[in-house]
Design a binder for this molecule. Structure first.
Ligand code: 13P
Ligand code: SF4
Length: 359
């Protein structure tokens, strides 16, 4: 896809962009709702009507009936989910249409359908419950809904897994192996009850015995931002900062999540920082824009990024600029909204509604 912002927006000063956004918000008033994910730039966060994690924002989108213009400052799968959860009278706009999620792209429809076919001899839909992480394309959410499964996010993955395993013998969790594994451990599963489905190999690279024994089959996907965090970094930070609290996102590898003081969704991390007493030292393992914002809003606490050397930026979240936001608010009538069509829309909605119900 090619996307170029008109020159007028590319070359505007920050002050002029801010004024334009303020004026557009004033004009559109209740027609407009700007949803902003925690990983967005500070200059975008400033204009949020709601800021949250992927679960919280989808819940707000589902309940926001009055606004007909929903501007989602996040990545593509989030805007798609918001479109599925909103009514026909509402349009969802993604200010930078190039903002995708490389982890979501690790589960392609053809590979997931091939895996599901290979799993038929092990009970298929009778015995295996698909759980799709929110970070997936709408087509895969529809696959999940069609097969009786549900969507989860990092804030409700444990409830989703419980729901799934109360109804079927196994769960088929995609695409984030780490969130799936970390959730399974939290839920009380043993490591040997979880297997990784390598979609580049026949039968996921697993033996029949391994699949039969598994309670959770994990897709071999990961987030390149979160897999840069290591256990050594936690040891080092603890040696250098006595009393430090380490909080990480559950997309981090299992050894990192197990060593951390706490783990949870982006909203969990925000709450953790807010509730920590003044003077706390907090090392965070997640995306850098959220960490910088936490350090900025809590000057009475020492808050910093866990790795100390890599810069864990989500380049896709970072794509959305104030320039994009100003353009979207002023020219939404010329922009194609994010639209998920039938039958994918209704099938994906089944899986999303289930997620909202179990919460
Ligand atoms: P949250 O659901 O915690 O906001 O996370 C979304 C995400 O993409 C993390 O990388
Ligand atoms: Fe996707 Fe990772 Fe970016 Fe989250 S941080 S949107 S999982 S690439």
């Amino acid at each position: 896809m090619y996307f170029a912002l008109p020159k007028e927006y590319r070359e505007s000063s920050i002050e002029s962009l801010r004024e334009r956004v303020i004026e557009a918000k004033r004009k559109l008033c209740n027609r407009l709702c700007i949803l902003v994910h925690h990983y967005q730039r500070l200059e975008v966060v400033e204009f949020a009507d709601h800021i949250g994690d992927s679960y919280g924002l989808s819940k707000i989108a589902a309940g926001k009936k009055d606004a007909d213009i929903i501007v989602f400052c996040g990545v593509h799968f989030m805007a798609e989910s918001a479109d599925i959860l909103t009514g026909d009278h509402q349009n969802v706009y993604l200010p930078n249409p190039l903002a995708g999620c490389p982890m979501a792209d690790m589960a392609e429809m053809a590979d997931v359908l091939a895996a599901w076919e290979s799993l038929q001899p092990y009970g298929g839909v009778e015995k295996i419950m698909p759980i799709s992480y929110m970070n997936t394309a709408a087509g895969l959410k529809a696959f999940t809904g069609r097969n009786g499964g549900l969507i989860c996010t990092s804030s409700n993955a444990a409830s989703a897994l419980r729901w799934a395993l109360e109804r079927r013998e196994k769960a088929f969790f995609f695409p984030d192996q780490h969130l799936g594994y970390n959730t399974g451990i939290k839920f009380g599963l043993k490591p040997e009850e979880m297997v990784i489905w390598d979609f580049t190999r026949d039968d996921g690279g697993l033996t029949a015995e391994q699949i039969e024994r598994a309670r959770v089959i994990l897709w071999k996907g990961h987030c390149h931002v979160h897999t840069n965090f290591t256990a050594e970094q936690i040891h080092e930070v603890r040696a250098n900062y006595p009393g430090v609290k380490v909080v990480v996102h559950p997309e981090c590898p299992p050894e990192v999540v197990q060593l951390a003081d706490a783990s949870g969704s982006t909203s969990f991390i925000v709450k953790f920082c807010a509730e920590a007493p003044s003077g706390s030292i907090i090392a965070i393992g997640t995306e850098i824009n959220l960490i910088n914002r936490m350090a900025h809003v809590h000057p009475d606490k020492k808050i910093f990024e866990l790795s100390g050397m890599t810069c864990p930026v989500c380049a896709n979240m970072y794509r959305t600029t104030l320039n994009d936001l100003a353009y979207t608010l002023e020219r939404f009538e010329d922009i194609k909204p994010i639209r998920v069509n039938e039958p994918i829309r209704s099938e994906a909605r089944l899986a999303l509604d289930k997620m909202l119900e179990i919460a």
